[in-house]
Design a binder for this molecule. Structure first.
Ligand code: SAJ
Length: 400
């Protein structure tokens, strides 16, 4: 069997490497020359624990090869980004162009699988695109959708152990796609149809977004009510059927803050809660920025000098180095743009940044008058609470 991956990013590369680890021939395709070069040297262009070793082994054993051009294979996986356009409409143009590049190489008996997060109906659209161009393949090709569900930072484990939802355009397609995932997945495989599988991915991430919005809304209410939201949630969660998530500086990353819009965009009248959750989670970041600005003004009025403010954390969630779609980064940019105040910016998981000059977290904590915790990195939890500082704990580091 030969497997081809179109897209060697955060999901395509680890999946390709895990399949190659099984001794299966893997051909990885990426448009970026640098990415292809790096992988063929047994190195990686993203950060994910343990991944470089698996890629290196695959390349050295001759099972894994990266290239800029696609080839003939038995299984083809589309793992390219699906961002949204300015008005929050999903942009499936990368999926479309990836499908077009392999269209001439498809042959009877092949399996074509989309893993990219996609609006409902995308797999059927790609099937139409394929069969319009290659009518002789009708009934000869398996076409399916199978969303990835891995958590950044734990990708290698979850790729193998998570359950997978697999939906074909017909039952033969579903079965053929299941046969492929059986080669490396130890979790359970759940067969369904393509539209349900597409909706399932969007539902999982929207569900998490809605639950976080509930926690964030509570944090705004508690701020006014003079109630400690962290203690409140901990106590409410003692109820056997209540499980509230944690509030924070907003919702970031490239999945949870994006995918719900794929539902809202196609079904705007029906998706009231999903749309509102997006608004609440975005508003939470704006609210945090305003709180910091107010604290700086109050400090200046009280002390007759400008405050030094420490921005603690830039990543989109704790203990990672990923700053994409990060609410903390947004807040830092917002508070730092208008003021002539002094800022110390901290992100312990990266060594340097093109825009922010970074300071060590202990030094920043010592020197600053106002401390704004935007991410609950483990390092921050080792600091002692200080009563003489203005501490804005949006991330629940001290839970005070
Ligand atoms: N967050 C909170 N409070 C919480 C949990 C998370 O504010 O209680 C925030 C985080 O700080 C972060 C954002 O939500 O800014 C997203 O973080 P996350 O850990 O919830 O999710 P991701 O984006 O790292 O990964 C999600 C996962 N989806 C679900 O848990 C339903 C992962 O399984 C998916 O594979 C991934 O999206 C994806 O690729 O879609």
């Amino acid at each position: 069997m030969k497997v081809q991956f179109i897209g060697l990013g955060y999901i395509g590369l680890p999946t390709a490497a895990v399949v190659a680890q099984k001794g299966i021939q893997v051909h990885g395709v990426d448009v970026n020359h640098q990415v292809v070069e790096t992988i063929n040297q047994g190195k990686i262009h993203i950060i994910e624990p343990g991944l470089e070793q698996v890629v290196k082994e695959g390349v050295e054993k001759g099972c894994f090869k990266a290239s800029k051009t696609p080839t003939e294979a038995d299984v083809h996986l589309i793992v390219v980004p699906t961002p949204f356009k300015g008005n929050h409409e999903p942009d499936i143009s990368f999926v479309e162009s990836a499908t077009k590049t392999i269209l001439p190489l498809l042959k009877a008996g092949d399996t074509f699988i989309i893993e990219s997060t996609s609006p409902v109906g995308t797999t059927e659209k790609m099937a139409k695109l394929i069969f319009d161009e290659r009518p002789e393949l009708q009934g000869q090709l398996a076409i399916a959708y199978c969303p990835e569900r891995v958590l950044p930072g734990n990708v290698l484990h979850e790729l193998i152990h998570n359950d997978r939802v697999i939906g074909g355009i017909d039952s033969e397609s579903t079965q053929q796609a299941c046969n492929f995932y059986q080669t490396f997945v130890q979790g359970e495989l759940h067969p369904t149809n393509a539209r349900t599988a597409e909706m399932c991915k969007l539902t999982e991430n929207s569900s998490r977004d809605v639950q976080i919005a509930f926690a964030n809304e509570l944090s705004l209410i508690c701020d006014k009510a003079g109630v400690n939201v962290w203690e409140l949630i901990e106590l409410a969660n003692k109820h056997p059927r209540v499980n509230i998530l944690q509030p924070g500086a907003g919702v970031g990353g490239h999945c949870i803050a994006v995918d719900p819009y794929f539902i809202v965009s196609d079904y705007p009248m029906e998706s009231q809660i999903i749309g509102k959750a997006r608004e609440i989670n975005n508003y939470k970041s704006f609210w945090c920025a305003e709180k910091i600005r107010t604290a700086m003004l109050e400090f200046e009025l009280k002390n007759g000098r400008k405050a030094t403010t420490a921005i603690m954390g830039l990543a989109f969630k704790p203990n990672i180095d990923d700053l994409r779609e990060s609410p903390a980064k947004y807040i830092a940019q917002k508070v730092m743009q208008s003021e002539q105040n002094n800022f110390l910016v901290v992100e312990p998981n990266i060594s340097e940044h093109s825009v922010f000059k970074l300071t060590n977290y202990q030094e920043a904590y010592e020197k600053a008058d106002i401390i704004a915790f935007l991410v609950a990195h483990d390092e921050f939890k080792t600091l002692d609470y200080k009563d003489d500082k203005v501490i804005l704990d949006f991330a629940g580091v001290f839970r005070k």
